[in-house]
Design a protein around this ligand. Structure first.
Ligand code: IMP
Length: 308
């Protein structure tokens, strides 16, 4: 028998996505799950499809409508309580669904499993106290990866036929630069600098000092400076002056984040992944006191978490 066609759900024809109107949830656990998905900026649709499971001739006698579909993960999710009779019935339906529709990815999820499912797909919160200090996720892992892919394509097209020397500014740039260069299709070599910023008497923008210089000369090279975030622009202005003096064939700038509202000096940005509001962000390489770098998404910290 060929795989039958799922049909749009008629029981709940509305589509609930983060951006559209909230659907009428049947159970409070569904609302809670939707809230968690929203927190991580994971796109979801509520009950978009019904899968026919049994027929009497041409007439469908039993259907199964999973609670959620997560398009970014291509995953259907059915929520369940711990009630054993319910679990047994749902497990039977899931088994039948998988037999009839082998390409459909579906999971039965208990309340206690929400977080571990999301972790499996790369949405980690490290510890409960990390979660406590996060105000909201600004850019999901999915959004970042899609943008990095697009940027790598643009850069590769612009540098066609030319080898590029990527110069990364440590440490925040680590994730971004790695993801960017593995998607670039022109020859790439890398170098890194490590910079520290002074503030004189704890006030004012202060000055910049190089703790680790380039390993290789850049004279005659096509240099693309890669930054995690441009805030006031003072660090970038200093580094650009330093690199220009070393006579590269060309010098461009690529930044993951642009906090334009805080700019004090004008700096040329050739490639910007995201312009962000004036908020303190961490994750995907960015830190606060060396923490949060390994979050796979970029989030805004609650002021209490960085103002102590
Ligand atoms: P600028 O000289 O003011 O442009 O500073 C840029 C540097 O400040 C970045 O390389 C980061 O190290 C740091 N920075 C600025 N804003 C943030 C933020 O929101 N989170 C983490 N680091 C930041």
């Amino acid at each position: 028998m060929s795989t039958p066609e799922p049909v749009p759900s008629s029981r709940y024809p509305k589509r609930g996505t983060r951006t559209s109107r909230k659907p009428r949830f049947v159970h409070p656990s569904e609302e809670e799950f939707a809230r968690i998905l929203d927190f991580y900026r994971i796109k979801w649709v509520y009950e978009p499809r019904s899968f026919p499971l049994r027929w009497d001739g041409d007439r469908v006698t039993e259907m199964f409508t999973p609670d959620f579909y997560l398009p970014g993960l291509d995953l259907y999710v059915e929520l369940t309580t711990m009630k054993q009779s319910l679990v047994t019935r749902k497990n039977r339906k899931l088994r039948e669904l998988r037999e009839l529709y082998p390409d459909v990815n579906i999971r039965l999820l208990y309340r206690k499993d929400y977080q571990s499912l999301l972790e499996k797909y790369g949405y980690r919160a490290l510890t409960p106290s990390t979660l406590e200090s996060i105000d909201h996720v600004l850019l999901s892992s999915e959004e970042i990866q899609a943008k990095v892919e697009e940027l790598a394509g643009r850069i590769s097209a612009d540098y066609q036929g030319k080898p590029v020397r990527l110069v990364g500014i440590l440490k925040g740039v680590a994730f971004f630069m790695t993801d960017l260069m593995r998607r670039m299709t022109v020859p790439v070599s890398t170098d890194y600098m490590f910079i520290t910023k002074y503030t004189r008497n704890g006030s004012g923008p202060g000055s910049v000092r190089i703790l680790k210089d380039l390993d290789q000369p850049i004279e005659g090279e096509h240099v693309l400076l890669v930054e995690d975030i441009v805030d006031t622009g003072l660090t970038l202005r200093y580094i650009l002056g330093y690199l220009r003096a070393r006579k590269p064939a060309s010098l461009r700038v690529c930044t993951l984040l642009d906090k334009r509202a805080r700019r004090l000096v004008d700096v040329p940005l050739d490639y910007v992944a995201f312009e962000i509001p004036d908020e303190f962000v961490v994750g995907y390489g960015l830190d606060h006191r060396e923490l949060y770098r390994n979050l796979p998404y970029i989030c805004v910290l609650k002021p209490a978490a960085y103002q102590e």
